[in-house]
Design a protein around this ligand. Structure first.
Ligand SMILES: Cc1ncc(C[n+]2csc(CCOP(=O)(O)OP(=O)(O)O)c2C)c(N)n1
Ligand SMILES: [Mg+2]
Length: 317
């Protein structure tokens, strides 16, 4: 299997899993907020493909893709969303509090930006124990404006922590656009380099671009040069609902037609077809992923809830 076909397969798995989770959500089976990652798959897969065993990743409120791309199990994730005992957080965390140390997914938390400080702690532990690992923290463009993120970048630069912060710039924080929140001259690159970190900007719809830039930055990160990778990307669905929300009118440039024409899976598919892959083969990959997602959802629906006796375990209090 070519590397590209392999990446397509992994991206398609994330996409169809969330499409089926969206259907489940619409059937009122998921009793918590869910923020869909649809459209942003090239970022999680492109970055994760540049990681090594022993590296850590941490995420935010929109982390299904980060978890699965890091090697997380779909069964454990769906069980978590449904509050089942087999979930990655034993059914006590839900979509926004996934953690699975067995695959190096060191946790996700929805308090915007806070994960960068926790990730810096993870990177410090890796540096202190000289285990050769690095830590990646995924945050959104809105989260990147939180004060703690700047403080974390400063500490990372000062201590030369093996930390990569991936900013997924999908143009909005909920429905508020960049220019409602930043002066026209605001430069992420200027801020990041000014603090002393390396910086690259990638087209988040393009797996090859994300992967190549993540790889270069991570080589530096492993040698004590912390970095930020900003990926410009589209969120296809509404902020936290499985619907296309174009009718709300807040999207000016990134209208549905544009998003779909630049979509990461479409781009990858076009490249694969140009390389000689067939429509049938790609469809088969997608169908297999869908059948698997449906089977895991079916399993999770029937799986047991946590035992009442475990109510007070896994708590930080
Ligand atoms: C400190 C904090 N403030 C506000 C919120 C409410 N909130 C949840 S998600 C979100 C928008 C996040 O935007 P961004 O960081 O760009 O990520 P995206 O949702 O676009 O992936 C907000 C304001 C929060 N979770 N934490
Ligand atoms: Mg955003």
């Amino acid at each position: 299997m070519s590397t590209r076909l392999d990446a397509f397969t992994r991206m398609a798995r994330l996409r169809v899993a969330e499409e089926e989770l969206a259907n489940l959500y619409l059937r009122d089976k998921i009793m918590s907020f869910v923020h869909f990652y649809v459209g942003q798959e090239a970022v999680a897969v492109g970055v994760s493909d540049a990681l090594k065993e022993g590296d850590h990743a941490l995420g935010n409120h929109r982390s299904h893709g980060h978890y699965l791309a890091k090697g997380g199990g779909l069964r454990r994730m769906v069980c978590e969303l449904l509050g089942k005992a087999e979930g990655s957080s034993h059914g006590k965390g839900g979509s926004m509090h996934m953690i699975d140390r067995s695959v190096g997914f060191t946790g996700s938390t929805p308090i915007l930006g806070s994960i960068t400080a926790i990730a810096a702690g993870s990177a410090f532990a890796q540096q202190y124990t000289k285990n050769g690992g690095v830590t990646v923290a995924y945050i959104g463009d809105g989260a990147s404006e939180e004060g703690g993120v700047y403080e974390t970048m400063n500490i990372a630069a000062l201590y030369k922590l093996p930390l990569l912060i991936v900013i997924e710039n999908n143009l909005y924080s909920v429905n508020s656009k960049l220019l409602d929140r930043r002066s026209p001259g605001y430069s992420v690159e200027g801020v990041v380099k000014g603090i002393g970190l390396a910086y690259e900007k990638a087209n988040g719809n393009d797996y090859d671009d994300v992967h190549a830039k993540a790889k270069v930055l991570l080589e530096g990160v492993r040698e004590g040069k912390p970095a930020v990778l900003e990926c410009i990307v589209y969120r296809h669905m509404a902020h936290s609902a499985p619907i296309f929300d174009d009718a709300q009118g807040y999207r000016e440039e990134d209208v549905l037609e544009k998003r779909l024409s630049e979509d990461c899976l479409k781009r990858m598919k076009d490249a694969l077809l140009a390389e000689g892959e067939t429509e049938e083969r790609l469809q088969e990959i997608t169908d297999t992923a869908r059948a698997n997602a449906l089977a895991e959802i079916d399993y999770a629906l029937k799986a047991p809830y946590p035992d009442a006796a475990t109510l007070h375990t896994d708590l930080y209090a």
